[in-house]
Unconditional design. Structure first.
Length: 411
């Protein structure tokens, strides 16, 4: 029997009727002759509600206790879904992340999966049960509950698919596939039938919210076939996998944007070996992830260093950097959250020339100023003013022919 791992996000299990709909879909898959493992997120906005409760009782709750609290959201979902499936006459069992054998490191709120002991899962499947697993959570070697960060249920699902050598991992969401940009913003964005792991990883890390980046990493490393599709219809979605016969004449596959970027600039940094290491290792030691980095030479032996990171880490990063500039002898540090990152992604960039020029030309036509540029083999990212983000996305969709028909305004 083939093994299928299915993941349903918070909007798919937002209320009792949604849970019943998911139950029917899971049972339908089982009755087609498959073994089924289903991963679910917390219901609707329940995680946000739990965060609000924590803030009401403590201004600075410990990250360990936050993980204890937030892990309860998924436990509500798995038990209710198991009840709904049982009511349809199918044998079923719900398991927390720890019960499913998901072992993580000890970084609370951002834990990484280190290993999965799949014996319990295999036993339950061999007994003919549908297995419901709580996404987003695991357990450390010291038996502390951890969470995997926002979107962590995607990673749970792909990791379980890898551990079980599943035939496919289906990620159900509120859009019916991966589009050239967010279809909730650009209504006539094209849906992609297939996308490579590398392209999907770039899009996910650059702001596209369809999949968590770490889930795509797992998929690529373990060659897990991922099918992104809607939980509200039965249409085919987008397959994420390696495509050996990729048509590289499709130069750009998508446009991603991120309005949560923050720009940091460190002024008058001494130009000596090891200074950059001191800055970025200190940030890394505090689990602060840095994205775009640019160093500008000043007169004399001084430099300015600019980098970007996620707004959620802005306060912590600013506190860290105020300590760092004293240690390295820099003059000052500033942060600017009125910026946005806009990126184009495509495997075809490797063999096609002039893509960057086309991108910059399109932005220039709209009189959009570029503040930072970052590139890799298959992506180009620029930092622009936040109020120009939507105009930039709209223009790039038009420039690279990524819309179904005429461009519509971003709402």
């Amino acid at each position: 029997m083939s093994i299928i791992v299915q993941k349903f996000g918070g909007s798919s299990v937002a209320d009792a009727e949604c849970i019943k709909r998911v139950a029917n879909r899971v049972v339908e898959t089982k009755r087609k002759g498959h073994q089924v493992v289903t991963v679910v997120s917390a219901m609707g906005d329940s995680t946000d509600h739990l965060i609000d409760l924590a803030k009401q009782v403590s201004k600075n709750p410990s990250v360990r206790e936050m993980d204890m609290l937030l892990s309860t959201g998924e436990q509500v979902s798995i038990s209710l879904l198991a009840m709904a499936i049982h009511a349809l006459g199918e044998p079923v069992v719900s398991l927390t992340g720890p019960q499913a054998g998901i072992k993580t490191d000890g970084v609370f709120s951002k834990a990484r999966i280190m290993d999965i002991t799949s014996s319990r899962l295999e036993k339950e499947l061999d007994e003919g049960k549908i297995v419901i697993v709580a996404g987003f959570q695991g357990i450390t070697i010291d038996n502390d509950i951890t969470t995997l960060g926002r979107g962590g249920s995607d990673t749970t699902a792909v990791a379980l698919a890898a551990a079980l050598k599943a035939d496919i991992c289906e990620i159900y969401t509120d859009v019916d596939g991966v589009y050239t940009t967010d279809p909730r913003l650009v209504k006539n964005a094209k849906k992609l039938s297939t996308i490579t792991y590398d392209e999907m990883l770039e899009l996910a890390s650059l702001g596209a919210q369809v999949l968590q980046p770490r889930s795509v990493e797992f998929g690529k490393i373990h060659k897990v076939k991922i099918h992104v599709r809607s939980s509200f219809n039965h249409e085919e979605g987008t397959i994420v996998q390696e495509v050996s016969d990729m048509e590289n004449d499709i130069v750009v596959s998508g446009v991603a944007f991120d309005k949560k970027s923050v720009r940091f600039t460190v002024y008058d940094v001494p130009d000596r070996p090891g200074v950059a290491k001191d800055i970025f290792k200190t940030l890394a030691d505090r689990s602060i992830n840095v994205d775009m980095i640019v160093q500008i030479s000043r007169e004399g032996s001084l430099n300015d260093i600019t980098f970007t990171l996620d707004r959620d880490q802005m306060e912590e990063a600013l506190k860290v950097m105020k300590e760092v500039i004293v240690n390295i002898g820099a003059k000052d540090v500033t942060c600017d959250d009125d910026v946005a990152k806009v990126s184009i992604v495509g495997a075809g960039m490797i063999t096609n020339f002039g893509v960057a020029a086309d991108m910059f030309d399109a932005l220039a036509e709209e009189k959009i100023n570029i503040e930072l540029i970052s590139t890799s083999e298959i992506k180009i990212s620029v930092l622009v003013r936040k109020d120009q983000c939507e105009k930039a996305v709209r223009k790039l969709i038009e420039k690279f022919d990524l819309a179904e028909e005429s461009i519509q305004s971003i709402e």
